[in-house]
Design a protein around this ligand. Sequence first.
Ligand code: HAM
Length: 403
Amino acid sequence: MSFQPPKGTDDVLAPESESWRAALRQWESWAERYGYPLVLIPVIESTDLFERGVGNTTEVVTKQMYTFTDQGGRSVTLRPEGTAGVVRAFLNSGHQGPWKAAYSGPFFRYERPQAGRRRQFFQVGVEYMDVESPEADAEVIELGFRYLTDIGVPELELTINSLGDSECRPVFVDELRSYLRAKESELTDSSAELIDKNPLRVLDSKADGPKLVDHPRMIDHLCDSCTEHHETVKRLLAELEVPYVEDDGLVRGLDYYTRTAFEYVGRALDAAQNAVGGGGRYDGLAEAIGGRRAPGVGFALGVDRIMLSVGQEIDTPLDAYLVSETGPADALIAASSLRRDGLRVDFDTEGRSVKAQFRTASRAGAPVVLVWRGDGQPVDIQTRDGRAERPLEEVSSWFRTAR
Ligand code: HAM
């Protein structure tokens, strides 16, 4: 067949997909431990939501969105990120007070594809809404750190910065603007255009950011309350024994951040794509999308990058392969009974020879082969270490005691 997946998208098949499944299960377990229930939000949203939420001078919004007009003439966009949609859902729910949500799924950005930078990629994340305290930030940051440590991202480093708030940031932005004006001749046209509109985005530019090593730093311009918040977040992380590195150049690519911003970096990955996750506080986002004031904090992790960096091998998901000497109809009934007892069992539906079935069992890496000889006959249980015989209804208890 000549069809290929669209550029920058992937088919993930077994056995690699089994590593994904395990990583997602592990994620669910950590999100549940921290009290984050699942939220399901649409993959398409009004284009306005991202323009107003993520910011219409960000690269994500100006260059990377998959936007189209639907049959009803509305402009809709495949979600490039999850925070705007989750905050919209929170506001629509009418909930008052602290509210937690975990999400996972595909996201879309029209980027130049390479390893770890895809046009369709998979994120898991959390948002914690209607919370103001530094304890909320610390809890969120810790959750991502514990999960990434548990799954084994090598050379994991947490970087953290503060981006100030509506009081202190404008003063800093003015100073940054003057600094950039003085350097305007060295900048690309697209950065020069941003000096007036959104100078912070110039620092985030791939072409110009690295040239601006001596730019003014937000951290030197924080107001007293932002300083106190930032210092408390750092102290709490130290108490939680979550190691971090301060990075006063960390600005993040989305406009909604205030105060805390952080990234989880996998130093073993290629430097251009080594952020395995990122997040921060966004105290003005809910209002920016037309809602009431509802400060929040959250993060998203890039599962494609996590899988690249851990490259883990997952054991076979089968407990046993059922080989039938009496054809597939019998095997279907026997396998069903074992599955209802909780075992992970597969068998051949196509009536192939016993020899061929044994070959499939070994290719599948099944640790146990169950030979079905027919009604009334005990099942022949074959393992690497020996054999046993049990009636069908006792096979699952044999598994429980054998393990
Ligand atoms: P982000 O930094 O844009 O933040 O994305 C989070 C993570 O998603 C990145 O660190 C990266 O691992 C992964 N990622 C992003 N783009 C791609 C891509 N094209 N290919 C592969 N992986 C990618 C956000 O999306 C925010 N919504 C995070 C957040 C939640 N902030 C507060 N709450």
